[in-house]
Design a protein around this ligand. Structure first.
Ligand code: LLP
Length: 385
């Protein structure tokens, strides 16, 4: 584990850069990957990186180099993963709405596993595989109906959302998968949500997996792999105190609670916990404006650069990097986009802030750059490594 001083933001290097831009600390990324690899070497665990968290080619190349597999949700991500050097057999392709061209492309490249989310999708995959004269390896995504107690937009494993196949429908789908041409059933897939800091939902997931495995084993069905998805959370409040996610607790839960069968692999799909803390969005204060009741620090980054606060009311630690003032004041830190939700922080205490100051929005490496848009015809943010 690194000491926080190792990962300090290089203010000098920022001064001459055009803002806003994402700064990525590659040392922290390396240390994070090393932490993951250290905990997964002497066990049959395979960690796939969820490209949706951040598909910056520079980061992808480093993550591929570290030996992680790739978790994909589109043909575009498949192309990016191939370009970055991920091995196709170490790729898992998920998503409720895979289109025909995307399935064909994945078959052509021989992706390791399709995570199948519905019966109609499985039929189409089987048919397209037969047309291409190959067999698609699949895992069936099970909706375990476990509440991850995270934001409602990023909870995925409850009965009322669109993901996966309900447990009561599973026997029917498994039976079809075992007999239909064009597919080979490799395992079961789960994902219960994102930004989980409490490990209890994972313990519940392990119990569900154990029960399902017992059920199928009794019926003579053996799975090569179990995929438990991703979701490990990071510390958005104190990124310097916890620059590396708590992989010990996370992998420890599965080591203690999930009964793997001999020869079976356990797959993971981690996104946020791999890249969140290595990225900060760096922005400059354009104006400080005093309203009737509030002071606004208007910065040159907006919701188009970092959507999470506007979309999920997410909080990112805001730091004024350049102010040397000892006195503080309270500011609403807002972007320039014409939307009332374009606010990064309400009533944020900062050292006295003025036009030109450099501000960091921390823990922005995951779902930051990858969710950026050009709304209002704004430019996409730059990058600095
Ligand atoms: N596997 C599946 C099937 C997923 O749906 C996701 C994320 C992951 C893996 C990776 O989860 P992670 O380890 O990153 O939590 N944009 C939202 C998060 C959306 C997560 C979507 N699915 C945010 O900014 O919080």
């Amino acid at each position: 584990m690194g000491n926080f001083t190792d990962y300090r933001l290089p203010l000098e290097a920022f001064q001459s850069q055009r803002t806003p831009f994402y700064y990525y600390n590659l040392q922290l990324l390396h240390d994070t990957l090393e932490g993951i690899n250290r905990l997964t070497t002497d066990v049959p665990y395979r960690v796939h990186y969820a490209l949706k968290a951040n598909s910056n080619p520079h980061l992808l190349a480093i993550i591929a180099q570290a030996g992680l597999g790739a978790d994909l949700v589109s043909g575009g991500e498949l192309k990016a993963a191939l370009a970055a050097g991920f091995a196709p057999e170490r790729m898992a392709y998920a998503g409720v709405g895979k289109t025909d061209w995307e399935i064909r492309l994945a078959l052509e490249h021989g992706v390791g596993c399709f995570n199948v989310e519905s019966m109609p999708e499985m039929e189409v995959i089987g048919q397209l595989a037969q047309e291409q004269g190959c067999t698609a390896s699949i895992a069936i995504r099970v909706n375990p109906d476990i509440d991850a107690h995270t934001h409602r937009y990023i909870t995925t494993g409850t009965a009322d959302n669109k993901f996966g196949i309900a447990i009561e429908q599973l026997p029917h789908v498994v039976e079809r998968a075992l007999t239909m041409p064009g597919v080979r059933l490799r395992g079961l897939h789960f994902h219960i949500g994102s930004q989980l800091t409490d490990m209890k939902p994972y313990v519940m997931l392990c119990d569900t997996v154990n029960r399902l495995q017992d059920y199928y084993e009794a019926r003579g069905v053996r799975f090569e792999l179990i995929n438990v998805g991703g979701g490990l959370g990071v510390d958005y409040n104190e990124p310097d105190a916890h620059p590396i996610a708590d992989f010990d607790s996370y992998f420890g839960v599965f080591k203690r609670h999930l009964r793997l069968r001999p020869g079976q692999e356990l797959h993971f799909e981690l996104g946020r916990s791999v890249v969140a803390q290595c990225g900060s969005l760096i922005t400059r204060v354009i104006y400080v404006k005093s309203g009737r009741n509030k002071r606004f620090a208007i910065v040159d980054a907006g919701m188009t650069d970092l959507l999470r606060p506007a979309l999920y009311e997410a909080r990112h630690l805001v730091q004024n990097l350049s102010s040397t003032a000892l006195a503080c004041d309270t500011y609403d830190v807002v972007g320039p986009v014409c939307e009332s939700s374009d606010v990064f922080a309400h009533d944020c205490t900062l050292p006295l802030t003025q036009r030109g100051d450099l501000i960091a929005l921390r823990s922005a490496g995951a779902y930051g750059e990858s969710m950026a848009s050009t709304y209002n015809l704004r430019s996409l943010p730059g990058t600095l490594f």
